[in-house]
Design a protein around this ligand. Structure first.
Ligand code: GLP
Length: 247
C-alpha cells in the first residue's frame, strides 16, 4: 500500500484528480470505478476544471459506480445517479452510453447484480477503482459483519451508515435502508485502487483499515491485500496513521 497524507481537503481533491488525469492520459479508454459521498466531490470539481481548461478528455472513458440506493429514482436529488450528473457527468464530455450505475428498479435482483458484474467483466474489468471509506470502515456499501460478499449484491445499510448519510437528506426525510453495491471481489478485482479519506471522523476507520487486522468487521482492511492500492488522506483523516504526515 502506498499512503500519502496531504494538507487538506482541497489538496486531496487536486491530487486525486491528478492521478485520474494521468491514468486517462496513459489510457484514454480507461475504465474507472467511481464513488459518491462528500469525500470525492473535490476530485470531481478538480476534474471538471481540468476538462474546462482543455487538459482532460473523457470521451472514451467507461465508468461504473460502486453503489446506488434502492427505491430512489435516478431523478431523485439524493440518488447517486443524480449526484454523478451534478458533480461530474454534466460538466465533462463523457459518453452517457459508457457510464453505468447499479440502479435496480425492481424485478430479479440477483440477475440484475449478475448482469452488472458481467458488464464490468465485458469491459475488461476496472482499471482504476476510486473509493471513499465509511466511518464504520465500509467501502462501497459493503458493511461490516461476519461475512462479506464477493459480487455485486443487495445490502441492508448499517445503522451508522443511515445516520451518517442522513446529512445529505432534508430534515425528517427517510434515508433508503437498502442499496445495491459492488462486492469485495468486484472491488478487489480492479487493477489499481485509490482510497480517499477526509476529516477526523474517518481517522479511526482509516488507521484500523491500514494498520489493523484484516477482518470482515472492517471491510476496508481487505485492501491491505490488494497489489496496487494507493491511499490519499488529508491530515485530519490521517492523524492516527502510523506513518504520520507525509507531505
Ligand atoms: C457512502 C458511500 C461510500 C462512501 C462513504 C463515505 O455511504 N456508499 O461509497 O465512500 O459512504 O461517504 P462520505 O465521503 O460522504 O463520508
Amino acid at each position: 500500500m502506498h499512503v500519502r497524507v496531504v494538507e487538506n481537503y482541497t489538496c486531496l481533491g487536486e491530487k486525486a484528480a491528478e492521478i485520474v488525469a494521468a491514468a486517462l492520459r496513459a489510457n484514454p479508454r480507461l475504465t474507472l470505478g467511481l464513488p459518491t459521498g462528500g469525500t470525492p466531490e473535490g476530485m470531481y470539481e478538480a476534474l471538471a476544471r481540468r476538462f474546462q481548461a482543455g487538459e482532460c478528455d473523457f470521451s472514451q472513458l467507461t465508468a461504473f459506480n460502486l453503489d446506488e440506493y434502492v427505491g430512489l429514482e435516478s431523478a431523485h436529488p439524493q440518488s447517486y445517479s443524480f449526484y454523478m450528473e451534478k458533480h461530474f457527468y454534466s460538466r465533462v464530455n463523457v459518453d452517457r452510453q459508457k457510464v453505468f450505475l447499479p440502479s435496480w428498479s425492481g424485478g430479479d435482483c440477483v440477475a440484475f447484480c449478475r448482469s452488472y458484474d458481467a458488464l464490468i467483466a465485458s469491459k475488461g474489468g476496472i482499471d482504476l477503482q476510486i473509493l471513499g471509506i465509511g466511518i464504520n470502515g465500509h467501502i462501497g456499501f459493503n458493511e461490516p459483519g461476519p461475512i462479506l460478499h464477493r459480487d455485486t449484491h443487495l445490502i441492508d445499510l448499517a445503522p451508522e451508515t443511515l445516520k451518517a448519510n442522513s446529512r445529505f437528506f432534508p430534515p425528517g426525510a427517510e434515508v433508503p435502508r437498502q442499496a445495491i453495491t459492488m462486492g469485495m471481489g468486484t472491488i478487489m478485482g480492479a487493477k489499481e485502487i485509490l482510497l480517499l479519506a477526509s476529516g477526523s471522523a474517518k481517522s479511526r476507520a482509516l488507521a484500523e483499515a491500514l494498520d489493523g487486522f484484516i477482518r470482515t468487521t472492517l471491510p476496508a482492511s481487505i485492501l491491505q491485500l490488494h497489489p496496487s492500492c494507493t491511499v490519499l488522506a488529508d491530515k485530519e483523516a490521517g492523524v492516527l496513521l502510523k506513518g504520520g504526515f507525509v507531505p
